[in-house]
Design a protein. Structure first.
Length: 380
């Protein structure tokens, strides 16, 4: 509970900036792996992008998706994807194949009707040209480029150039990571995937801009002092906004996780999994990059400027001087503490020897005796 309270008050002291080399190495390894997946494994493009035919029909009693897929393949069509959507009495099979002509399409429908006992009129078929997918891809890339340009201009005007560069680098990291996970799992790339990919851009930038706003507040007027440098002020900003980032990420990931694990996983709503996966991975990557990459990259860029490099040297020099002063004062205090008993001992010896040799100890008189010589009389 103490940690939670510190998180909400922004009192944590996690060294995000000082440990940035670790984050760089980890992110670099993950990014290289994702790029390798994208290049060598590529994506499982749906018929909207690769072109082809789709056959949709209500699940026959006792039939399985594997049986339906085998029937279509035996009819001479290459099945690219097969999925079951819906539930209960509304369960449907959706099989997507390579491009077919009219005769091949009719042959597939007749085979499904004969083998699975499905009315041929209940089998819905649709054909999509690959040119449509190319058009969608082109428009998505144009939208992405326009988005990046406009966002860069806004951050540049609202904050500064180096913040815009750091934010865009973090955004590109999120896109590569999301695409790599999508390639690894092998889900179909559909228009929903493109929509989800464009959606996560806004979230990633939102979380980064929140942190940058606090960095700007903490570093305002920092060049005029010697108490802290830019890296320490930025690290404080990340700690102060840490709980907000956690809350925002959790609130976003919970409903998307419900779509992915409950909707697509448990209920079998296959049409949701492509959108849910890209959103889930993208939101998680955006939360990570805003804390562990965007701000450290900003610090690296800022500390290359001579004025911030000089500030860091002044701060270090002042702290070294304070440390030396403290060490000297501690040594003097220790010397005074050691010298006090010696002075006291010397004073006692001087008192004993005052007037020459020290006097011998006197005897104590016996009890009841006055100590006067014998024969003397007391004067009245």
């Amino acid at each position: 509970m103490g940690l939670v309270r510190r998180l909400y008050r922004g009192d944590t002291k996690i060294d995000f900036i000082g440990s940035r080399k670790r984050w760089y190495i980890a992110s670099g390894v993950i990014t290289i792996a994702c790029l390798a997946l994208i290049i060598f494994k590529s994506f499982n493009f749906g018929i909207e992008f690769s072109g082809g035919n789709s056959f949709t029909f209500t699940k026959p009693p006792g039939a399985t998706l594997e049986q339906a897929e085998q029937v279509v393949q035996d009819a001479g069509a290459e099945v690219q994807t097969a999925q079951q959507v819906g539930g209960g009495g509304q369960t449907k099979f959706v099989l997507k194949t390579a491009a077919l002509n009219i005769d091949e399409t009719a042959k597939v429908k007749e085979a499904l009707s004969k083998e699975l006992k499905v009315d041929v009129n209940d089998v819905t078929d649709s054909a999509v040209s690959s040119s449509w997918g190319g058009h969608v891809t082109k428009q998505a890339l144009i939208a992405l480029a326009a988005f990046l340009v406009l966002v860069s201009i806004y951050i540049w005007i609202r904050f500064e150039q180096k913040m815009a560069i750091s934010a865009i680098l973090a955004l590109l990291h999120d896109l590569v990571l999301t695409a790599g996970v999508y390639s690894l799992i092998g889900f179909e790339v559909t228009p929903s995937t493109v929509i989800g990919l464009l959606t996560i851009l806004g979230f990633s930038l939102y979380d980064t801009v929140v942190v940058f706003d606090k960095v700007e507040e903490n570093t305002r007027g920092i060049l005029g002092g010697t108490r802290t440098d830019y890296a320490e002020a930025a690290n404080l900003a990340v700690n102060q906004t840490l709980m907000r980032s956690i809350n925002t990420s959790l609130i976003s990931l919970l409903p998307v996780g419900g779509l992915l694990f409950v909707g697509a996983g448990l209920l079998g709503v296959g049409t949701l999994k492509d959108l849910a996966l890209v959103l889930f991975v993208g939101l998680a990557a955006g939360a990570y990059s805003s804390l562990f990459l965007a701000t450290p990259w900003l610090v690296d860029l800022k500390e290359r400027e001579p004025r911030y490099a000089a500030l860091k040297q002044r701060v270090l020099a002042k702290r070294a001087a304070v440390a030396r002063t403290g060490a000297v004062e501690s040594a003097e205090s220790l010397a005074d503490t050691v010298a006090e008993p010696e002075v006291a001992t010397a004073g006692a010896g001087a008192g004993a020897g005052r007037g020459g040799a020290s006097r011998p100890p006197q005897r104590r008189r016996p009890a009841g005796k006055t100590g006067r010589p014998s024969g003397s009389k007391r004067k009245r």
